[in-house]
Structure formats: C-alpha cells, structure tokens
Design a protein around this ligand. Structure first.
Ligand SMILES: [Fe+2]
Ligand SMILES: [Fe+2]
Length: 139
C-alpha cells in the first residue's frame, strides 16, 4: 500500500497541502539561516538547524508524495532520478560558465559562491551513478 496521491481520496487534502507548504517553506528558511549562521561562525546552531531542516524537508516530501508529486511506479521513479542525475552531472560546466561571466562583470564574491557548489554537485552525480551501477540502471 502506498500513500502516493492519497490526497485525492482524503477529506484532508487542503490540510495536506498546508502541511506540505509549511514543511517545505520551513526547511527552506532553515537552510537560509544555516548559511547565515555559518557566515558568523555559529557552527553549533547551524548543525542543530541542519538536522531539523533535513527532517522537515523529508516531512515535506511525505506530504508531496501524498499530493501526487514524483513517480510511484518503480521504473518511472528510476527514470526520474536518472533525469536528476543528468542535471547534476551537467552542473559543473554550466556553473563554471556562469561564474566566469559573473567574474568578468566584476562580481568576484558572487562568482566564488557559485563555484563553491561545484565539488558537491559532482559528488551528487557520483553518488547516484554508484547506485545506478549497483542496480544495473542505464543512465
Ligand atoms: Fe516537520
Ligand atoms: Fe545537486
């Protein structure tokens, strides 16, 4: 039994939408505050918020699935993740080009921020690739 698309049959569909919005907006705000706390060296605060933010984002994902977001059929789920993988794998070149353009326009601090994400974007792609290979999924 799956909770996918459950909101269609629930009397509480509007509540599920509200909870989805509250959890996803709340986690986004946490992530913004984590960035700002880290800038100030408040690493213990950032660490506590990071755990809360990930858990709230997962709560949002649960409600999102109930609202019919994503794919429930296993082959479609893999296909959707392969599409995400392709975006992650293509990110490096796009981000370097964007950072170059920004730097050429004189906004070096912004260019550095954009470039700071590249190593992790590559890790995101690699992490998915490892799982695809383990499961024999074409990507
Ligand atoms: Fe939550
Ligand atoms: Fe990513």
């Amino acid at each position: 039994m799956t909770m996918y698309d459950y909101a269609q049959q629930s009397k509480f569909a509007d509540k599920i939408k509200q909870m989805h919005a509250a959890e996803t907006n709340g986690s986004e705000l946490y992530f913004v505050l984590i960035y700002l706390a880290r800038e100030k060296g408040l690493h213990d605060l950032a660490e506590a918020m990071l755990q809360n933010a990930c858990e709230d984002a997962l709560h949002g994902g649960m409600y999102g699935a109930m609202l019919g977001k994503g794919k429930e059929q296993e082959d479609e789920l893999w296909q959707q993740v392969v599409r995400l993988y392709k975006l992650e794998a293509a990110a490096q070149d796009k981000l370097h080009m964007l950072a170059d353009e920004i730097r050429a326009a004189g906004e070096g601090a912004l260019a550095d921020c954009v470039e700071s994400t590249i190593v992790e974007e590559n890790t995101h792609a690699q992490r998915l690739k490892d799982v695809f290979e383990k499961h024999g999924i074409a990507y």
